[in-house]
Ligand binder design. Structure first.
Ligand code: PLP
Length: 423
C-alpha cells in the first residue's frame, strides 16, 4: 500500500521503492532497541513529574519580573531529577545552546583560570566565546587561558589528559557528547563516565562540564549520572520535545548552578527572576513528549543511514551502531550534491517548503553553512533538519523528525530527486 502510494503520488522510482522496502525490514531490530530506550526514559520523566506533584496550576504564566513562578520552580526540580542532579536552571531567557554554554563558562571562570577542552576544538559557535576567533568580549579578553587536547584516533587521548592535568591547574574541563560538525563517532555515556573518572582521579577539584546538545534521552543515562558536574543543552533540540518554543538548560551541582544563575540574570538576583510568559506548558509537555520524539528522530536517522548506505554513500553512524545523539552524518564528497540534498530536505518539510536554502556566512560559524529547517519552531533541530558547513568532504548533518513517517517521506523524496538529477 505505502509503496503504491509513493509511486502514484510522488512518482518515486521503482529502484528507490525497492530499497525502501528492504531497508524498512532490515532495520526492524534496531528500531525495537530504540523503543526500549524510549520506554525507560518515559518512566524516568513520568516518575519525576509525579514525585514533584506537577499540577495544572504549574502551567500558568508569569509576566514582568516573574517572582514566585511556581511552574518555573517545578520545571527546574523535574529537570534536576531527570538528570540525577542537585539543581537546574531552565529558562526561556537562555536564547540557545551556545548561550547556555557561554553563561556557564563566564559564570565559573575567573581571570587567570584555565579552560581545557579534551575533544579538540569545541563546537564552532564557541570559537568567539572562548577567543579561538578574535572577539573583544571573549573569555580570552578577560584573561582566561584556553587549551585543548586533540583526539587520538577519534577517541579521548587518556594519556595526554592524565599528563596535562598532572602538570597544569585546570579549573574547568569541557567536553562535547555529540560529534558536532565532525566526521567521527560521538561520545557515549560509558566513555564520558570513564574519562570523568580519569580527570577526577588526578584533579578532583577540576569542574567537568558536558555539552549535551543532541544527547538527551538517546541513552538511558545522562552525563550527570556518570559524574559530570555541569550539563548544558538547548530546549529546541531533544529535551524540548518539539514543543518548547525557545530556551536552554544547565543542570548539575547546586553551588555551580547558583553561580550560573547569578550570571544568567544578575548577581543578587539569580534564579528568582525570569518571567515564563506562557511557556511553562510547552516546556513541561515537551519534556513529557521528549523520550518518544527523540525515539522518532533516531528511527529516522537509522532509516536514513541505511538508505544512503544502500545508495553507495558513507554514513556515520552506521544503521546498526549504538547511538548517543540524534545526529546522522552523510558524506557526499561533492558540493553540489550536498547543497541539493539540503534543499530537498527543505522542500519536503511542513513549513517553508517553497524556500530554497543557500550557503551563507552564519553568525558564529567560520565556514559558510547551509541549513535546511522547515520547522514549526524556527531552527529547531529535533524537527527534520539538515546543516552542512561548506567544506571538504561535503558532509550533511541531519537531525530529527518529530515523526518517523514524515522523516521517511522527506528522505525518500529527497533521494528520488537526487537520483533523478543523476548528480
Ligand atoms: C547545537 C549545538 C551547540 C550550540 O547550540 P545552538 O543552540 O545552536 O547555539 C553546541 N554544541 C553542540 C554539540 C551542538 O550540537
Amino acid at each position: 500500500m505505502i509503496e503504491k502510494m509513493l509511486k502514484e503520488k510522488y512518482n518515486i522510482s521503482d529502484e528507490i521503492i525497492e530499497k525502501y522496502k528492504s531497508v524498512s525490514s532490515s532495520i526492524e531490530g534496531e528500531i525495537n532497541k530504540i523503543k526500549e530506550i524510549s520506554f525507560i526514559n518515559q518512566m524516568k520523566v513520568l516518575d519525576s513529574m509525579q514525585k514533584n506533584k506537577l499540577s495544572d496550576i504549574h502551567l500558568n504564566a508569569t509576566t514582568g519580573y516573574g517572582y514566585n513562578d511556581i511552574g518555573r520552580d517545578v520545571i527546574e526540580k523535574i529537570y534536576a531529577d531527570i538528570f540525577n542532579a542537585e539543581d537546574a536552571l531552565v529558562r526561556t531567557q537562555i536564547v540557545s545552546g551556545t548561550h547556555a554554554i557561554s553563561i556557564a563558562l563566564f559564570a565559573i571562570l575567573r581571570p587567570g583560570d584555565e579552560l581545557l577542552s579534551i575533544n579538540g576544538k569545541p563546537y564552532d559557535t564557541l570559537d568567539e566565546v572562548i577567543g579561538i576567533s578574535e572577539n573583544v568580549n571573549s573569555l580570552k579578553s578577560f584573561g582566561i587561558k584556553y587549551s585543548q587536547i586533540e583526539l587520538e584516533n577519534d577517541r579521548y587521548d587518556n594519556n595526554k589528559i592524565k599528563e596535562y592535568l598532572s602538570k597544569n591547574k585546570v579549573k574547568l574541563v569541557i567536553m562535547q557528547r555529540s560529534k558536532g560538525y565532525a566526521w567521527r563517532k560521538s561520545f557515549n555515556i560509558d566513555e564520558i563516565g570513564e574519562v570523568i573518572k580519569i580527570i577526577k582521579d588526578i584533579s578532583p577539584n577540576t569542574i567537568v562540564m558536558v555539552d549535551n546538545c543532541y544527547g538527551e534521552f538517546v541513552e538511558t543515562e545522562e552525563p550527570t549520572d556518570v559524574g559530570a558536574d555541569l550539563v548544558v543543552g538547548s530546549l529546541i533540540k531533544n529535551i524540548g520535545g518539539g514543543l518548547a518554543n525557545t530556551g536552554g538548560y544547565i543542570v548539575g551541582k547546586k553551588e555551580l548552578i547558583d553561580m550560573c544563575s547569578q550570571r544568567y540574570s544578575a548577581p543578587g538576583i539569580g534564579k528568582e527572576c525570569g518571567a515564563t510568559i506562557g511557556q511553562n506548558r510547552n516546556i513541561l509537555q515537551g519534556i513529557f513528549m521528549a523520550p518518544h520524539i527523540v525515539g522518532e528522530a533516531i528511527k529516522t536517522a537509522i532509516f536514513s543511514s541505511k538508505m544512503f548506505e544502500e545508495l553507495g554513500y558513507e554514513s556515520m553512524p552506521k544503521y546498526n551502531e549504538k547511538r548517543t545523539d540524534i545526529v546522522q552524518a552523510l558524506k557526499f564528497n561533492d558540493k553540489n550534491k550536498l547543497i541539493k540534498f539540503c534543499q530537498g530536505i527543505q522542500r519536503y518539510s511542513p513549513i517553508d517548503s517553497s524556500a530554497i536554502p543557500e550557503p551563507w556566512e552564519m553568525p558564529g560559524y567560520t565556514d559558510q553553512v547551509i541549513m535546511a529547517a522547515g520547522t514549526f519552531v524556527q531552527g529547531a533541530t529535533l524537527e527534520m533538519s539538515a546543516d552542512a558547513p561548506i567544506r571538504q568532504p561535503y558532509i550533511a548533518y541531519i537531525q530529527g523528525s518529530l515523526t518517523y513517517e514524515s522523516g521517511c517521506i522527506c528522505i525518500i523524496r529527497t533521494i528520488n530527486d537526487l537520483q533523478g538529477e543523476k548528480i
